[in-house]
Design a protein around this ligand. Sequence first.
Ligand SMILES: [Zn+2]
Ligand SMILES: [Zn+2]
Length: 251
Amino acid sequence: MFPEKSTNLWVSFWESIAGIFYPNLCQICRAERATRPEGYVGIECRKKVKVIEPPFCETCGQHYFGEITQSFRCGNCSDQQIAYTSARSACIFAGPVMEAIHCYKYQRALWYEPFLSQLLLDAALPILSETSWDAIIPVPLFSTRQRGREFNQSERLARHLGRALGVPVLNKVLRRTRPTISQTKLDRTARKENMDGAFDLNQLPETPLVRVILVDDVFTTGATANACAIPLIKNGIQTVVVWTVARSEAR
Ligand SMILES: [Zn+2]
Ligand SMILES: [Zn+2]
């Protein structure tokens, strides 16, 4: 084994060799330097990330633009039955974050993962590390979709969070009961219908789960998060906190 310093030197050496084949270039703008540990997203593109800060709806995390000091529930949450305890996202689904998530998910651009997972960790760790958690549950893909894509982006992001928090990631607790159509062009009502009953309990560990973190890449209306939380709550889990990298504004 090399001492840690030497290992780092070796890593830097191989990174620079790899850089000959994979240039250290920001993959968003292709005009600035960015390295592999940065997820190939450079400083200028990172400045365009819109981090979500309070005030926001205490349930769904909908950002409120304006002066508000006390906790509040947005109109959408007041009108609906919501099974999850609360939902939070690291940043707005726009600009470099939107582009990175699209390429990561649909073109298997895994080099963006350090960028995306760090956004999630920066926002989630200060909040989640204050409490103890029994498990992290990624939103599952339908089996045929996962075989086609070869990976579940939510599970990969969940593993970064799990490592940082020291909480196990359980990817067999939930299963998707049927394929669902893409939500991107659906409005709020159609998204809910598309997701109703789309998830079921698959396998619970022997030790009962009480407090869990549900992880997904993007939160839009919360239809997916809610459809996942319903079977969890029905089966005795008391707290389901949802964390996503990004939040897209619902239509
Ligand atoms: Zn850039
Ligand atoms: Zn809300």
